[in-house]
Design a protein around this ligand. Structure first.
Ligand SMILES: [Zn+2]
Ligand SMILES: [Zn+2]
Length: 363
């Protein structure tokens, strides 16, 4: 088969690799129908995630069709359409039993395109399939559910739920990239009073307005602290969500927050940030961090099914799966291309063809 393989910092190629095989009885093999590229994949390509070994297939967000199941898999069968999410759950370790799948110590957590081969490929091996994938309702398209693989539950759990967004709250989202926009989209489920988006890029701020921000602040042109204080009667925001991952934006969130407010960090940080405890200690501010657990994925899926949530506006560009390298170029140059999420689409096949697919059986 073909896959997008990481070959060390700056190096990647769409190339021939061996077909994946069932390695454990809890595995399934999935034919990838739609996949997408994440900002995290770009971090890996920059060499920021040294655990990713050269030779690893990238990608952790996809929708596909089960083509083969391991002998212990009981809830899936060939032909099932499934969402394969960024988080895998062994279902047995302490953290999985507590619903904290992101922290799984039993071989799950964020493994695709990180510790094992990922999903930007024609086929993928999916470990702990019974406890890790989500069946896709027949009426929904791949594109309707694809962004549940990462950005929607990440923004909702690590931003909105950790930030305890309440009806009427002023929610400030710092960073209007895909994660910031997903925070805006899912914060609206909790009826905040105002959503304020802060970014340095005017086209991203236009997107923030489209996604539901009430106020946008270009912090290259105006002082965001001053604006937020004006908007909140001098108190500061109830909730500030950090959706960039650089020290300045985290430190900005701590300045924007009201006494007793909540700072929810979603951004992936590569450098230390300063925590001004000398100012914060007396203000009862809650600061949270986290990796997504994906426990809300079923709820978000039901909201999509009922028409209450529509993530399809994230899909700004579409490529054939075999054009993954071009797709990386476009996604990596978002400042020019204005890409939010690029969708990689495999040629459609019928169930008959899926059944005829010969994946060597070894388990
Ligand atoms: Zn991702
Ligand atoms: Zn586990």
């Amino acid at each position: 088969m073909k896959a997008l393989v990481y070959h060390g910092p700056g190096e990647r190629a769409w190339e021939d690799v061996p077909d994946p095989k069932i390695e454990a009885p809890t595995d399934v093999i999935v034919k990838i129908d739609s996949a997408t590229i994440c900002g995290t994949d770009l971090h890996i390509l920059k060499g920021d995630v040294p655990e990713v070994a050269p030779g690893t297939i990238l990608g952790h967000e996809a929708v596909g069709t089960v083509v083969e199941i391991g002998s212990a898999v009981t809830t899936l069968e060939p032909g099932d359409r499934v969402l394969v999410s960024c988080i895998t759950s062994c279902g047995r370790c302490r953290f999985c039993k507590e619903g904290r799948y992101g922290l799984c110590t039993g071989g799950g957590g964020w493994i695709f395109g990180h510790l094992i081969d990922g999903l930007q490929a024609e086929y993928a091996r999916v470990p702990f399939a019974d406890t890790s994938v989500y069946k896709v309702p027949e009426a929904l398209t791949d594109e309707q559910v694809l962004f549940l693989a990462d950005i929607l539950p990440t923004a909702y759990e690590v931003g909105v739920l950790n930030g305890k967004v309440e009806p009427g709250d002023t929610v400030v989202v710092v960073g209007a990239g895909p994660i910031g926009l997903a925070t805006i989209m899912t914060a609206k489920l909790h009826s905040p009073g105002h959503i304020v988006a802060i970014d340095l890029d005017s086209s991203r701020l236009d997107k923030a307005t489209e996604f539901g921000a009430d106020v946008v602040i270009d912090n290259g042109l105006e002082d965001p602290v001053e604006r937020v204080m004006e908007l909140t009667g001098g108190l500061g925001a109830d909730v500030a969500v950090e959706a960039v991952g650089v020290p300045q934006t985290f430190e900005l969130c701590a300045e924007l927050i009201r006494p007793g407010g909540r700072v929810a960090n979603v951004g992936v940080h590569g450098h230390p940030a300063t925590l001004h405890l000398e100012k914060l200690w007396i203000r009862d501010v809650l600061i949270t961090t986290g990796l997504v657990d994906t426990t809300t994925t079923p709820k978000l899926l039901r909201l999509i099914e009922s028409g209450r949530l529509d993530p399809t506006p994230f899909a700004t560009h579409r490529f054939a799966l075999a054009e993954a390298e071009e797709a990386y170029d476009v996604f990596g140059d978002a400042a020019e291309s204005h890409a939010l999420k690029v969708v990689l689409e495999a040629p459609k096949v019928t169930l008959e063809l899926v059944e005829q697919h010969e994946v060597p059986v070894t388990a």
